[in-house]
Ligand binder design. Structure first.
Ligand SMILES: Cc1ncc(COP(=O)(O)O)c(C=O)c1O
Length: 431
């Protein structure tokens, strides 16, 4: 149905030209598709659940701008609203009414968020959240979990997931000095014993930051008691609990993972969906903590494009769609349609593989039957994944080009495309 029709000649030319002027030809490393052995896809356009490359090949897209596009590409309502805003002016570096509207919307939706500050990327949101936690508690140490990715600020680039997982796991990136990560403590996810032991001896902890549903080592589900333990232990020693909901926020439900598991973090980081496909992110939480940000407090944060009105409009229009009755039920049903046949094939053929899922995000892991943390993923086989990726790619399906990432289903995925994808996956699994 969607098999790639045209040789990727123009895409290849663009890529090779880009390599002359952009390191690796891309502006974010995973896009280079190196681990799956193809030249990167060069996208010209996207509509609904389809992207089209420079050679006119179309692909069903499960990257969805890494989760930002929960409504799909070029959604008419978002286009109309953002074009209208662009007509009024695209950036002022001065406060605009739309910032207040989106802030009030998020505050009304998420009980743990009493105030919110907008920034331009998830990296800035988490970087600011830990600075705020340190400024508020006057403590130094940050606890994170291996395989959780919080963007590329220095202090959080320790045993990070996603594309950074390919770098040296301890130092993580050249250029990050030992001093910068000396106050970052990394633990295995879901390991309650290690967490208790740390909290018994270390008193200088400003905050624990985590993806409550990690998606950057592939989708890993938190043990409910693990999140509860994090909440009680941080409260006990006066450290802050920071949920990085850059992926899970507005994705697994209107109130994100915190709504799903009934845990109230002190601070939450948002990104992706909150900008509706434009560069916006945010951190929000208790008033008492948020008011330590400048200009009220002594913790500095700023940004030329922070709260950019075009991104704010896109975010607000997106959230209005998500609020429609039945939205998340529909997302659940769409994802069931894709995932259930895959799970059936794994079960019936007793395959050493599994699907781990939260709402409309999931990962198909090869080589493991369950994973609770990054340490459980040592048996996954990158070569097998590369072959699987290419099998789908040749059939006009684009999935994130790393096994340890999430697939993103959008509201725009049609039943026909979901069924076709499921068939192609099952075909590969049972060949
Ligand atoms: C959970 C999480 N936090 C933070 C980030 C960083 O966000 P950005 O890429 O917008 O800087 C990402 C990016 O994928 C993410 O998945």
């Amino acid at each position: 149905m969607h098999a790639m029709q045209n040789i990727r000649k123009r895409s290849s030319e663009t890529y090779h030209n880009a390599c002359e002027v952009i390191p690796g030809g891309v502006n974010s490393p995973v896009r280079a598709c190196r681990s799956v052995g193809i030249e990167p896809i060069i996208v010209e356009s996207g509509r609904a659940d389809i992207i089209v490359d420079s050679d006119g090949n179309s692909y069903i897209d499960y990257c969805g701008s890494w989760g930002a596009l929960i409504l799909g590409h070029a959604t008419p309502k978002i286009m109309d609203a953002t074009i209208e805003q662009i007509r009024q002016g695209s950036s002022f570096g001065i406060a605009t009414p739309i910032e207040e509207k989106l802030a009030a919307k998020v505050v009304s939706l998420i009980p743990s968020v009493e105030k919110i500050r907008f920034v331009s990327s998830g990296t800035e949101a988490t970087m600011t959240a830990i600075r705020l936690a340190r400024g508020y508690t006057k403590r130094a140490k940050i606890v994170k979990f291996s395989g959780c990715y919080h963007g590329h600020s220095d202090a959080l680039l320790s045993q990070a997931g996603s594309g950074a997982a390919f770098l040296n796991p301890q130092a993580t990136s050249l250029g990050v000095t030992p001093g910068t990560i000396a106050d970052t403590i990394t633990l295995p996810f879901n390991d309650a014993d290690k967490l208790r032991a740390l909290f018994a001896e270390e008193k200088d902890i400003a905050a624990v930051i985590l993806e409550p549903i990690p998606a950057n080592m592939g989708v890993i589900l938190p043990e409910p008691h693990f999140l509860e333990l994090l909440r009680s232990e941080t409260a006990r020693i006066g450290a802050l609990l920071i949920f990085d909901e850059v992926i899970s926020g507005f994705r697994v439900g209107l109130q994100g993972a915190q709504g799903l598991y009934g845990i109230r973090p002190d601070l939450t980081c948002f990104g992706k969906i909150i900008g509706g496909g434009f560069p916006a992110a945010a951190l929000g939480g208790k008033k008492e903590i948020m008011d330590h940000l400048a200009p009220l407090g002594q913790v500095y944060q700023a940004g030329t494009l922070s709260g950019n009105p075009v991104a704010m409009v896109a975010g607000l229009e997106t959230l209005k769609e998500l609020e429609q009755p039945g939205f998340y039920q529909k997302m659940q049903e769409k994802t069931d349609r894709l995932v259930k046949p895959i799970e059936k094939a794994i079960l019936e053929n007793n395959l050493n593989a599994c699907v781990q899922r939260a709402g409309s995000i999931f990962t198909l892991f090869f080589g493991v039957r369950q994973a609770l943390c990054r340490e459980d993923l040592s048996e996954t086989d990158p070569e097998q994944f590369a072959r699987f990726f290419r099998h789908l790619f040749e059939r006009g399906i684009y999935i994130p080009p790393l096994q340890q990432e999430a697939w993103f289903v959008s509201a725009a995925h049609t039943d026909e495309h979901l069924d076709y994808t499921a068939n192609c996956v099952v075909e590969w699994l049972t060949q």
